[in-house]
Design a binder for this molecule. Structure first.
Ligand code: ADP
Ligand code: ZN
Ligand code: ZN
Length: 736
């Protein structure tokens, strides 16, 4: 490209692009999407070439030169570039920082975007004329030359295995008889026949769903695959993807939890063999680069990955699946606050491919779009194995004697299932031993000094731990306030229930599965492996257990505390709880044996508990949608938040007030948004800072974005306040 100036994106938190002159003395052609090294202040940064422009004759600024071009071929294609630009506008986040999400860490830092390379040697043309007698006095060199004549090329490693020394290689190289070269070793092989290795005979609803998805090949169409737990949604998209792969295209499957990756990868490999890769944070850098290259060069057919995989460049994308589309983990909650589901929808639009959103408990946003026929609904109403949905029973906790949080009803039911050789899942979404510690003498309580929260008691190892800021403290021997040692651990966490269950059912294994017990990379997988052996046991755990897992031998699910979250201050709280309860209940009776669910509650008559008991997420969602419509909150309006955090509450509040009062906003824009706040966040103090937020609602998106554009241009003004960290959240999902 012939141009004077090159706009380069650099990973810094500013909205602008920076212009550079072409590198001195370099003939490498400059292409959009290729990486370059550029001087930036006193540093050198890795940037990405974005655009080209002519230098204005009135422009007398002094530009610096690009230091080095790192890629002869661009790493990002135009689709990725469109996606990044859209995301920057939509989320009001700097493009230069967004671009770094498109690369694995080492490529981001400027390392070569190549597979592992091997070093080879071969004969030069001069070398190929050598005759045996020419090297009669150097038997090592003679041996190597005859090897190369026979094999044409060998790796340096294998030369050494033939007993050839480095000195021999160097000697021949210096004389110009041999030369070295490197070649990438692709870990992927091209499979000749992509035959479905194993597939199930679909029921009628499944077959119709697969047909509908297949028909949408090459078009942008969003499907909501709305099927109850265990209805065979995975089977449906597996078979639809077959068509994609047969046409030589690739499929991208987004899953919510890294813990689900091994299960998903295994199932896809049963179908598609080796050209399936997963991409998530537990992979090391080499593995990430290999998956990234495999995807971008079209060497893998199927990529299964967590949130950030939505940025993977794919040579020939044919379909995107977002499994458990309602799941909160698709939304990044800090820095670049994107939703991978929504980015997937936009990406599918620009790449003209279908998207399948799959869930047993679709989000209200998605349900609304489906009601408005923006999405095509594919309904699966029966369990694929022929099993029924579990039956529900609520146990009223009022006036009951409890055994460490558990009722006799639940314990007896557990005993019964275990004695019949089945597995039981006990669900409590709270890790640790007890959520607080109280001094019985003076009432001291284990407050976290840095958060508006209590520190959780952990027994193994013994300590106090704040789950909000990760602060840890020794477990006090004496009360910090009155020196007594008469404490009460108040409330229940998974460790405490585990202790009780181990005593109560000493002959049965209780597997505690929460983020404490699965810190090691492989442990979650090992646990699931043990569960699938099918021996009678109790699985006790948090939401890690709730999502997407297929445990064929679980016949009873006990929900210890069905009330948690019922009275949340966040208007999205009840949607979350209903999804979680329905999902965890859906782990029961998925195979041949029927399942049941026991919910412990202090308010079993609450409409939400009733709706869960009757197994009707649909009915619940309908009611909630009506409520949201009446109060004009999302999805019946669009929302964004501006957060401010600082060491003092008033500074955070005043920052937002100043922003509002001192920014000139067009009356027309103002009239079209509803502003709520500034208000302190639900947990105002967290990790030692005070958080305030401003909520902005609007009937239409473009008004919301116009308002945010004005705010954004002011927010970058350094005079506003140096003590405040701010952020913009478009489509916020929870109060944090
Ligand atoms: P979901 O994704 O809806 O939770 P899955 O696709 O995991 O459901 O299916 C649940 C179980 O039913 C799995 O064990 C799966 O192998 C089985 N299954 C799915 N479809 C069929 C079918 N058509 N016939 C028999 N079994 C099926
Ligand atoms: Zn005390
Ligand atoms: Zn804390």
């Amino acid at each position: 490209m012939n141009s004077d100036l090159i706009e380069v994106l650099v990973p810094i938190p500013l909205m602008e692009k920076f212009s550079y002159l072409p590198p001195k003395n370099s003939k490498v052609s400059l292409k959009q999407g290729a990486r370059v090294l550029v001087p930036f202040g006193r540093r050198t940064l890795v940037g990405v070439i974005w655009s080209f422009s002519k230098k204005d004759s009135s422009d007398h600024r002094k530009y610096k030169h690009i230091k080095e071009v790192l890629d002869a071929r661009p790493l990002l294609d135009s689709n990725s570039i469109d996606l990044a630009e859209w995301a920057s506008r939509y989320y009001h986040y700097p493009l230069g920082e967004i671009i770094s999400y498109f690369f694995p860490p080492s490529i981001r830092k400027g390392k070569e975007a190549n597979f592992k390379e091997s070093k080879y040697i071969e004969l030069t043309s001069k070398g190929s004329f050598l005759k045996d007698e020419d090297l009669a006095r150097t038997p090592g060199q003679k041996k190597l030359v005859s090897l190369l004549k026979e094999k044409r090329e060998i790796t340096i490693k294998s030369a050494k295995a033939f007993g050839i020394s480095a000195a021999v290689i160097n000697g021949l190289e210096q004389k110009g008889y041999i030369s070295r070269f490197s070649r990438e070793l692709s870990p992927y092989k091209k499979l000749e026949n992509n035959k479905l290795l194993s597939s199930k005979k679909l029921n009628m609803e499944q077959a119709q769903a697969v047909e509908a998805i297949k028909e949408s090949q090459g078009k942008n169409q969003t499907f909501l695959l709305d099927g109850i737990t265990g209805s065979g949604k995975t089977e449906v998209y597996l078979q639809a993807i077959q068509e994609v792969v047969n046409k030589g295209k690739q499929a991208l499957i987004l899953i919510p939890e890294i813990g689900l990756a091994p299960q998903a990868e295994e199932r896809f490999k049963e179908y598609f063999g080796d050209r399936v890769m997963s991409f998530h944070s537990a992979k090391n850098d080499r593995e990430k680069v290999d998956a990234w290259l495999g995807a971008s060069r079209g060497l893998v057919d199927i990529i299964i990955g967590t949130r950030s995989s939505v940025f993977l460049p794919m040579k020939n994308l044919g379909m995107i699946v977002v499994d458990e589309e309602h799941d909160l983990s698709f939304k990044q909650m800090d820095k670049f606050r994107y939703s991978a589901r929504d980015m997937a929808l936009y990406r599918a639009k620009i790449e003209k491919v279908p998207v399948v959103l799959a869930s047993a408990t679709p989000s209200l946003e998605t349900l609304k779009n489906a009601q408005e026929n923006k999405y095509k609904v594919l309904k699966l109403s029966k369990r694929a194995t022929g099993a029924n949905l579990p039956t529900f029973q609520a146990v009223d906790l009022r006036g009951k004697e409890l055994n460490e949080g558990l009722t006799n009803e639940l314990l007896e039911a557990t005993q019964l299932e275990l004695s019949q050789g089945n597995q039981v899942l006990i669900f409590l979404n709270r890790r640790g031993y007890a959520p607080s510690m109280i001094c019985k003498v003076c009432g001291w309580i284990s407050n976290c000094e840095r958060c508006d929260a209590l520190m959780t008691v952990h027994k193994n190892p013994l300590k106090l731990h704040c789950h909000h800021c990760e602060a840890q403290k020794a477990y006090p021997n004496l009360c910090p306030s009155c020196d007594s040692n008469d404490f009460l651990s108040y409330g229940f966490g998974t460790e405490r229930i585990e202790e009780f269950l181990n005593n109560h059912f000493p002959k049965v294994t209780t597997l505690r599965i929460d983020s404490d017990s699965t810190r090691k990379k492989e442990s979650l997988n090992e646990y699931f492996h043990e569960v699938r052996q099918g021996k009678p046991m109790i699985l006790l755990g948090t939401q890690l257990l709730a999502k997407g897992h297929h445990f064929p031998d679980v016949t009873l699910v006990g929900i210890v505390d069905a009330d948690s979250g019922l009275f949340s201050a966040d208007f999205r709280g009840s949607e979350r709880v209903a999804q979680l309860m329905t999902q965890v209940s859906g782990r029961a009776g998925r195979d041949k044996k029927p399942g049941r669910v026991i919910l412990q509650s202090y308010c079993p008559d609450h409409p939400q508990i009733e709706e869960i008991i009757t197994g009707s997420y649909d009915r619940f969602a309908k009611r909630l949608l009506e409520e949201r419509k009446a109060s004009k909150i999302p999805p019946f309006s669009f929302q964004a938040k501006i957060f401010a955090e600082s060491p003092r509450s008033l500074i955070s509040r005043d920052f937002i007030l100043n922003l509002l009062n001192k920014t000139k906003i067009d009356e027309k824009i103002k009239a079209n948004v509803r502003i709520v706040g500034p208000l302190p966040s639900i947990m105002e103090k967290k990790s030692g800072v005070y958080r305030w937020e401003l909520s902005i609602f609007s009937k239409n998106r473009s008004n919301l974005h116009k308002f945010l554009d004005v705010m954004q241009s002011r927010l970058y003004d350094p005079k506003l306040s140096k003590q405040v960290r701010w952020s913009i959240d478009v489509d916020p999902l929870s109060s944090i």
